[in-house]
Design a protein around this ligand. Structure first.
Ligand code: AMP
Length: 175
């Protein structure tokens, strides 16, 4: 089903702002077979690697992140937007095309020696994932794999995440 998965993604032009083609994954999530099949593919890629925690990036990274953690027998760690996490936390701020963004993680969510699978729905420039890697590594975790449902190959996010095991199920070579 791998090549078919792309047919479940809906393109929304000019969302959330003009010029962006938003890749809407809700049309895949609502389809039982597509959900089961993509979840099984993610688990196959990550199993046998001794993953102890799956870290998902808010908010769409929570969906497959949670499913994978359960199937891999690992814990789940949310990486969140500012001021959402209630306990002691560390932050990482990164540049966007215009302005900056910040993500946060609880300081006790990762312990030294944790083998971490980082997950988000989509890889674009790689800025968000690079910031998440910094948070995990600051806490002593090892990023064993980074998985995405979608990769926008033409934005070269992979280059920014060099040296890590990057996996994606659906690749777009051009806009
Ligand atoms: P980046 O940091 O540039 O790799 O952007 C990745 C983050 O932005 C992910 O959390 C995505 O959910 C979101 N994102 C970026 N571009 C798109 C897009 N075209 N469609 C949907 N989400 C996107």
């Amino acid at each position: 089903m791998k090549s078919d998965l792309a047919t479940f993604i809906r393109d929304i032009p000019d969302f959330p702002k003009k010029g962006i083609i938003f890749k809407d994954i809700t049309t895949l999530l609502m389809h039982p077979e597509a959900l089961a099949s993509s979840s099984a593919m993610f688990v196959k890629l990550a199993k046998g690697k001794g993953i102890s925690k799956v870290a998902g990036i808010e908010s769409r990274g929570f969906i497959f992140g949670g499913l994978m953690a359960h199937k891999l027998g690992a814990g789940f760690v949310p990486i969140r937007k500012p001021n959402k996490l209630p306990s002691e936390k560390i932050s990482e701020t990164y540049a966007l095309e215009y302005g900056t963004d910040t993500i946060e993680i609880h300081t006790d969510a990762i312990v030294p020696g944790d083998r971490v699978l980082l997950h988000d729905d989509l890889l674009a420039t790689g800025g968000t994932a690079a910031a998440a890697i910094k948070l995990i590594e600051k806490l002593g975790g090892e990023v064993v794999q980074i998985s995405f449902l979608i990769e926008l190959v033409f934005l070269n996010g992979r280059e920014r995440l060099k040296g890590y095991d990057i996996q994606s199920l659906i690749k777009y070579d051009a806009e």
